[in-house]
Design a protein. Structure first.
Length: 199
């Protein structure tokens, strides 16, 4: 009987050691909205409202406090039935830890680029990465506009991309989500009382 209990103890130890500590952290909830707000252009109440949105998205399929690709697609297109290069690419850019899951910090930081007050250079960089499908540091001419290839080398580098989007600002139009400017009033279902004052 003692050997059996020791075996169960070892099994539990193995389980605990293999348990992803990141998943455990996310299950606990939002710990420090002030820090996230201080490191971004979001206010504390906007961070808290985004967290409520995050919780809704992250519990759509599996209630684990993390967003998987299927939940991400449900949030964007209200369906999980289609394959989408766009969803895959955006999800991969959001997934900075490269683990196939989005934690809240990744989600909040990724949304920064879509904020109306985000620097234009951040929007240009993100859109460049979005079009750089092969992740080679350039955009192939077949992937976008031939007029951008000013060096006539069959590819578009970051400088050429920057020049193109500055000449054609409409290319970055989808890089701004105006509701992020005041997310707490855009999603009235997420209005709640914060315990922290905005600064």
């Amino acid at each position: 009987m003692l050997q059996c209990l020791e075996g169960i103890g070892k099994l539990i130890d193995c389980f605990v050691q293999s348990f992803d500590i990141e998943v455990f952290k996310h299950i606990q909830g939002l710990k420090d909205p002030e820090t996230i707000a201080s490191e971004t252009i979001f206010s504390v109440s906007e961070v808290e409202a985004m967290y409520e949105l995050f919780k809704n998205i992250s519990s759509a399929v599996i209630d684990d406090g993390l967003i998987n690709k299927e939940e991400f697609q449900l949030a964007l297109f209200n369906t999980n039935k289609m394959e989408s290069l766009f969803v895959d690419r955006v999800f991969d850019l959001f997934d900075t830890k490269r683990n196939g899951l989005l934690g809240f910090e990744e989600f909040a930081c990724a949304l920064l680029v879509f904020h109306p007050n985000a620097p234009i250079d951040d929007k240009i960089e993100f859109s460049f990465q979005l079009y750089d499908l092969k992740q080679k540091g350039f955009i192939g001419r077949q992937e976008t506009f031939e007029e951008a290839d000013t060096k006539h080398d069959g590819k578009i580098d970051k400088d050429e991309w920057r020049s193109l989007v500055l000449r054609h600002p409409s290319l970055l139009k989808n890089m701004t989500l105006t509701y992020l400017k005041d997310i707490k009033t855009s999603f009235t279902s997420f209005v709640f009382h914060s315990e922290v004052e905005d600064t």
